[in-house]
Write a protein that binds this ligand. Sequence first.
Ligand code: DAK
Length: 628
Amino acid sequence: MAIQTVTVVGAGNMGSGIAQAFASGGFKVTLNDVSAEAVAKGLERIRKPLEKRVAEGKMPQADLDALLSRLTPQPDLKAAVADADLVIEAVFEDLKVKQELFAKLDGLAPAKTLLATNTSSFYVKDLAAVTKRADRVVGLHFFFPAAVNKLLEVVKGPATSQASADAAYAAGKKAGKSCVATADAPGFAVNRFFVPWINEACRLLDEGAATLPTIEAAAKEAFGITMGPFELMNVTGVPISLHAQSTLHKQLGAFYEPAKGLKAQVDKKANWDLAGPVEDAKKPLVAARLRGVVFGIACHLVEEKVCTLRDTDRGATIGLRWAAGPFAMMNKLGAKQALAEVKALSDKWGKAFAMPMTLAEHAAANKAWHLPTVTLEMLDGGHLALVTFDRPEALNALNETVLHDLDAVLANVEKAKPRAVILTGEGKAFIAGADIPTMRAHDVAGARAYTALGNRVLDRIAALPCPVLMAINGFALGGGLELALAGDLLYASEKAQLGLPEVGLGIHPGFGGTQRLPRRIGIGKAKEIVYAGKTVGAKEALAIGLVDGVVAPDALMDHCLAVARAIASKAPLAVAGAKTSMDHGTETGLAAGLRIEQESVALLFATKDKDEGMDAFLQKRAAQFQGR
Ligand code: DAK
């Protein structure tokens, strides 16, 4: 279910932002609203800021022209959805209005079309219920401003098929979003803790626990943000917070009841007055209350299986721009302190804010939450595996945890049997090397064990039967470059820096750098890099054959996906045989290598895919390979 054409219904701030994101991602986008004027206004919302970027030299005119050429205004709903693979509703947040629209869309859109709602407060199931295609209804919850904010919650309703959720997730990623998968629960993942965080700030004010500027300052410091809850409400609109909190209250009970002061402020139709004195002594109390709300709810979310621990944290860091997610914050603070902060609220609210069992267990064992440092996503119906190093705070440096997490992910990749694998890094680095504090602590025995672990995991990458692509998005240094060298195809962003700086640390490469690098670029160039601890830019890396392509940063993942898809469309056993023949054959003499190739290709003549590939040629059709 590959999505190519997208229709956005509703050309307001949210809708036009969504349309822009999909058009930037290369989709053909149709923008619809109730009238030609409303659609034209929506297009202007997209065009104006982008024209400004062009004028400031931040965007080439050609890119703007290309983006606009992918956007079609269409005020007639029937015509707008006639050719859509995905329709995203971004109309007024009113259940009746949305249900009427969904019923209409269900009648007008082709059977294949996926219908998505951008609701932030209603259940996906309540919209699916008015259609005859509940399996093809999903939630796509964008965050304001939708064109810029990278977070996208992909909501799977109880009847949504996995294929529909996967297709929506893949489309969101292609539109440049960092997707988090959530269940169909009140507030999905982020609003469930973010909105009560705002409400708790209002409660603190109601109680006279601290002045508004004190709460604002404490929140900024504790969560590493530039705007506190009150300033945020002023910017986004105070009534929106009240509406979101009231919705949670209806569904989740007393703890979520809107603060009196919040209601009063909405009645006053005024913004919050941010001026006044900050009482430093009261900041710890305020921070503890705000953290308590967030920690408790984050644990509830995971216990209720609404969202994973990692995605809950990503929601906070990507969508809200908090310095750390709730679980990373709890790890930093310690489980016992986190427990105390949640318990203070739980004691006050009883069942309405139940003590999360998992947090109590972690505190009793004085254990940190396990935040996976390497993640796996299966794409294209399982044909592609995307592995991401996710320790951006240390530039994805390889410590024992990362290597063990990678090992576990590789075990799952082996089970899933994809046709190609892509490895990349979150943030500005691919991997900035082995973890220096970890290495600093090792003696000779420790170093042997660490190298053995690293080499075992890197060999596991090299031994995968399918091609492994490295999407080198930034620094690939030391162990990071060595890991990349265990792959088959290396593609670098123009911003990438590649090198082996080990000799500058008093050691030399220990994860295969002295072996795999000369095999790839020749002994002379390899020695130049290793002896001088040299780092090269992407262009030079291409010139010396270290990487196989250099691509603009934004285009790197698309490029790797395109190569991976081209590979995945071919006979998997044939590709695997070619890989083994090349990898093993080139490690022996020519005669032995030719024998390896001969035996490998002969065995392919026993496969169904050989018959399918040749029949397809003779019958002038595309081959459908099964990997058998
Ligand atoms: N290990 C641990 N933390 C690292 C790190 C690393 N390799 N690289 C970066 N970080 C951390 C930084 O300390 C910083 O953390 P905070 O200070 O914020 O807590 C955070 O990542 C962001 O880094 P920077 O602030 O430095 O970022 P910049 O953009 O300014 O600089 C940089 C980026 C990549 C130029 C710089 O971070 C850098 O030079 N990093 C170190 C690169 C490096 O030397 N890597 C190690 C190569 S040696 C062996 C096994 C394996 C190996 C050898 C032997 N045996 C067991 C024998 C392999 C060795 C290596 O990989």
